[in-house]
Design a binder for this molecule. Structure first.
Ligand code: ATP
Ligand code: MG
Length: 600
């Protein structure tokens, strides 16, 4: 491709709308253009990158035994009602774009395809002889994200590869899952990305497991906790750890103490001269379900620990399960919420046994607190906790004798950097930022049961299909590659997914020898299958060099001064290493570089 014939517009300045380097660079270099909030045009250079990523994904999916298909993006509401997800996906913070057709039928734009694929499996899979089946597609997804940002990282329209597997049993699911895991490692490796596979939250579905593939980068929205020995890595949403030891309590006897103005743990510890590890704090949450019901939860944990809201949400979803139409749609810290209280709450001084009579009788609000306690709090003796009275705490408190231990003992704390690891307490958790580019998931039978997708096993018995699902954010991955690899001058594409592998620059378009050599190289390289750009614009040499660096083409060939000796300059974008190479050696040299880079 000749730059003189391309829609090629670069910007000198960073666009105001972009916050992170990859977003700025993609805009500046003319790869993408914003059309609306979270909505982007993929311009020719970007489209080439996306097609390369897609091709790598496709090859690895095919190699793993998955088959490509293409499912509809417009999906009937009925399918989502059958799975029970229509309300959670369209109400409150739901992310599905919903619409009505001319006959007033409700439809959604596909944010994901479990429902559609399970309905197809229900119709087409009858017997164990047809299993296993693994189908994938590469397609645009629509999600009305609450906070679209960072360009392609969190768009409202983006490209995803999603795959869905159907197996006869768990063992077979695990075999496919492990193949897909390998395929994902291959995809990331081939795209030239540094990544980590981490244990992930599987939501309330439970299932036997799920992992996310994180591209490591400062701008990542996710926090990963891992150990140096390489044996543990998890999203902080899911991570477990051993908390720091609690300090023994100085309080020996149960006593109510006046502690004015101590509505935070820090102030309380200051006042009582105690450690936060001796305190049982209780946080109040309000969970709203889609049938309008509200449940109030009192969550008790050790004073130095923080609630992990993802873990809490999973516990609360489980509570709603089995009740038809009861799906959790919002979770709020209820401290400021007094609309349901029968009398002013002793906020900051609440104990785990706060009386249910604080809840005003109403149809919407469940009349008893759901009481959850984290193991960190269960282990404490002679601890400090609120007295359910503003300005007062109790010290020397013990479970059972002084205060009933909540029935539900759950892991609800946030694991922290520096905590000891569960698998080996000598290892401490380290932290890193990651961009989630893939998620693989052992779904089990949640969707097959909901939609009645069954098969007949060898014994002639009808069984629900055992499912897995596997996603890769293709457009997010492409931007993540930039986020992981750029310098002051611009992007540095990994060779395997660069839009072009080489760019030939004519420093002076008036010098016919330069033009001739460049034209010849341009044809020769392209003919040999090296995707090459030619900068034949009437720009100054400096501008051309700057642009080549900005768009991040791996190899730059300049037909400059050394032409007199029959040589050109070949510069590697990543290292700036420059080589003088004889004209007839350019092709073999580039071939070797590219082969090396792609196999590395
Ligand atoms: P996130 O937590 O980042 O919102 P998710 O858990 O909703 O992701 P999945 O539903 O598992 O994501 O989708 C599979 C993959 O699609 C993700 O791993 C991610 O790479 C990509 N993805 C999800 N949402 C977006 C988005 N809004 N824009 C771009 N890519 C996305
Ligand atoms: Mg999401």
């Amino acid at each position: 491709m000749r730059l003189s014939q391309m829609l090629f517009v670069t910007l000198r300045e960073d666009p105001a709308e972009a916050e992170i380097p990859s977003h700025k660079l993609l805009l500046r270099a003319g790869y993408i253009r914003r059309v609306g909030s979270g909505i982007y045009a993929y311009l020719p250079l970007m489209w080439r990158v996306l097609q390369k990523v897609s091709q790598i994904v496709r090859e690895e999916m095919d190699a793993a035994g998955a088959q490509e298909c293409l499912l509809p993006q417009i999906q009937p509401a009925e399918l989502w009602q059958e799975s029970g997800r229509w309300d959670t996906y369209t109400q409150a913070e739901g992310i599905m774009f919903a619409l009505q057709d001319r006959q007033d039928r409700e439809l959604g734009l596909g944010p994901t395809h479990e429902e559609v694929i399970t309905a197809i499996a229900r119709d087409m899979i009858r017997s164990y002889r047809q299993l296993p089946i693994n189908l994938y597609q590469i397609q645009t997804k629509f999600r009305d994200e609450i906070r679209p940002r960072f360009g392609l990282m969190r768009g409202r329209e983006f490209i995803m590869k999603d795959a869905y597997s159907f197996s006869a049993d768990e063992a077979d699911l695990k075999a496919i899952y492990s193949k897909m895991h390998n395929a994902y490692c291959n995809i990331l490796g081939r795209c030239g990305l540094a990544y980590r596979a981490v244990d992930a939250d599987s939501g309330a579905i439970g299932g036997s497991g799920s992992q996310e593939f994180m591209v490591l980068a400062e701008a990542g929205e996710d926090e990963v906790l891992y150990t140096e020995d390489g044996n543990y890595a998890a999203n902080v949403e899911k991570a477990v750890s051993l908390p720091a030891d609690a300090q023994p309590s100085a309080f020996k006897a149960l006593e109510k103490k006046e502690t004015p103005g101590t509505d935070t743990i820090a102030k309380l510890c200051d006042c009582l001269q105690c450690s936060p590890t001796q305190v049982v704090k209780t946080v109040l949450y309000e969970a709203v379900y889609d049938n309008g019901q509200t449940i109030l939860a009192l969550v008790s944990l050790r004073g130095d620990q923080a609630v992990n809201e993802v873990k809490l949400q999973n516990e609360l979803v489980k509570l709603g399960e089995g009740v038809k139409g009861k799906a959790l749609i919002a979770l709020n810290v209820a401290e400021a919420e007094t609309k349901w209280a029968s009398q002013p709450l002793p906020l900051g001084y609440i104990a785990p046994d706060l009386a249910d009579s604080y809840i005003q009788k109403s149809k919407q609000v469940y009349g008893q607190f759901v009481r959850l306690v984290d193991q960190t709090a269960v282990d404490l003796k002679n601890f400090v906790t609120g007295a359910n009275e503003v300005g007062f705490h109790q010290v020397g408190v013990n479970w059972k004798t002084d205060i009933p231990l909540p029935k539900q003992v759950v892991d609800i704390r946030t694991a922290l950097v520096g905590d000891r690891a569960v698998h080996d307490p000598k290892q401490t958790l380290q932290t890193a930022r990651g961009i989630e580019i893939g998620h693989i998931f052992q779904l089990g039978t949640k969707y097959s049961q909901a939609l009645g997708a069954t098969y007949t096993n060898e014994a002639g018995k009808e069984q629900p299909l055992v499912m897995g699902c596997y996603g890769v954010g293709v457009s997010r991955l492409a931007q993540a590659a930039v986020e992981q690899s750029y310098d002051d001058n611009g992007m540095v594409w990994p060779v395997a997914i660069a839009p072009y592998q080489a760019i030939v620059i004519i420093p002076n378009g008036k010098d016919s020898a330069q033009v001739e050599a460049a034209e010849q190289l341009y044809s020769e390289l392209n003919a040999a299958g090296i995707e090459t750009l030619l900068d034949d614009r009437t720009e100054r040499a400096g501008v051309k060099f700057k642009d080549a660096d900005l768009i991040g083409i791996p190899y730059r060939i300049v037909t400059g001064r050394s032409l007199k000796e029959g040589k050109v300059e070949l510069v590697e974008r990543a290292t700036h290493a420059a080589h003088q190479i004889a004209l007839d050696q350019v092709l073999p040299t580039l071939k070797e570089y590219i082969a090396q880079a792609i196999s590395a």
